[in-house]
Design a protein around this ligand. Structure first.
Ligand SMILES: [Fe+2]
Length: 370
């Protein structure tokens, strides 16, 4: 099919007989032609409707042909441009082509040749547009498939992490609870949805690196040797290595790496301190500790919510950020029943006194509860 039929063409020439002649010839072969006499009129025509092709006289009053061609190329890149020029301006016309014009037509022109060049420019434009669309579709497909592959892999890592925890009755469900606690703390502080989601995700995956720690070290009830302790510490870096290629979100990966940093600076793996620790990692540290304290361990029974808060407050400033500890306390009335449910325990009332204690004494009476 000819590209001429129905093609929208803009003819810009201050010489009325020439633009009318071009207009008639192109209309005769089925094009829809609009003729204007200067650059200003051409730009306003382009703003009103799109053109497949603009035929621009190089010597225009006001906005020159070159300038007009450049403006159209920038604002409407899908409009092909043919420069119409006199013999004296051929060098400039060639320069225009280098700058993106499709062709040039030299006055006085042969009408058949003019139509042929218009047809050729339209054909080339069509191919370029099709190629652009094809590339865009291809890119979108690659993006979608990458996202799908990442989701799949991430799903596999989440189940791997759950499976790892499920093997040990003491850690079962730990990451899910840490994720919920951290998410609640962040939400309570007015952190936006996207960042809260990121913190929750990092919470869900924070200990995935324990896959790389020997099981007998992980499950050892007694104190660890120096070497075993170093091995356990390695889980934050292993976690980072597992997640970096899967998570497009490098901030979540950073949170996993730094969730054992301490506010006072003596944590691992990098000994970061205070605001040098990524915010999400500071939140995770508080959530991680609270869940660990309120869960049974092989070497001790779980603490009550009050006792756990006492421990957190006791370590505030040294191990945890004080404001984050208090943010957790503020959310405890909502958090505790949910945690009890996730643990599969019976009673879920944290007690009224606790939420009124915010900012109070630094260690509590470790009464057992929940
Ligand atoms: Fe950890």
């Amino acid at each position: 099919m000819s590209d001429l039929k129905g093609a929208r063409i803009l003819v810009v020439d201050d010489d009325a007989p020439i633009r009318n002649l071009l207009g008639h010839v192109l209309a005769d072969v089925g094009c829809r032609v609009e003729c204007v006499g200067d650059g200003g009129a051409a730009l306003s025509a382009c703003r009103k409707r799109s053109f497949e092709l603009a035929m621009i006289d190089l010597r225009l009053p006001g906005i020159g042909g070159l300038e007009l061609a450049a403006a159209i190329g920038e604002k409407w890149p899908e409009t092909a441009v043919i420069i119409v020029t006199g013999v004296a301006d051929t060098v400039t016309a060639v320069g225009c082509m280098r700058a993106g014009a499709f062709d040039y037509l030299m006055k006085p022109f042969d009408l058949e040749d003019a139509v042929l060049r218009v047809e050729r420019a339209l054909e080339r434009r069509r191919l370029l547009v099709e190629r652009g669309q094809h590339e865009a579709a291809l890119e979108e497909r690659v993006r979608k498939e990458t996202r799908a592959a990442r989701r799949l892999f991430l799903g596999a890592i989440k189940s791997l992490s759950s499976a790892l925890e499920a093997k040990d009755e003491y850690t079962r469900g730990h990451s899910e609870r840490v994720s919920r606690i951290a998410g609640e703390v962040a939400r309570g502080l007015g952190v936006g949805r996207e960042d809260t989601g990121r913190i929750r995700l990092a919470g869900r995956l924070h200990d995935v690196g324990k896959i790389g720690v020997r099981e007998r070290v992980l499950a050892k009830p007694g104190p660890l040797t120096e070497e075993e302790y170093r091995e356990v510490q390695g889980h934050v870096v292993i976690g980072e290595r597992i997640l970096a290629p899967v998570l497009a979100d490098s901030k979540a990966v950073e949170m996993v790496r730094h969730h054992h940093e301490r506010y006072g600076g003596d944590g691992y793996p990098d000994g970061l301190r205070a605001s040098g620790i990524p915010f999400g990692a500071r939140v995770l540290a508080v959530a991680d500790a609270f869940d660990a304290l309120t869960s049974d361990r092989p070497y001790r029974s779980r603490l009550s919510a009050e006792a756990a808060v006492g421990v957190l407050r006791g370590g505030a400033g040294r191990q945890w950020q004080p404001t984050l500890v208090e943010a957790l306390v503020q959310r405890l009335d909502d958090l505790w029943p949910m945690l009890v449910r996730l643990h599969g325990r019976e009673s879920g009332d944290v007690g009224e006194s606790l939420s009124n204690q915010a900012g109070g004494e630094s260690s509590g009476d470790p009464r057992q509860r929940g």
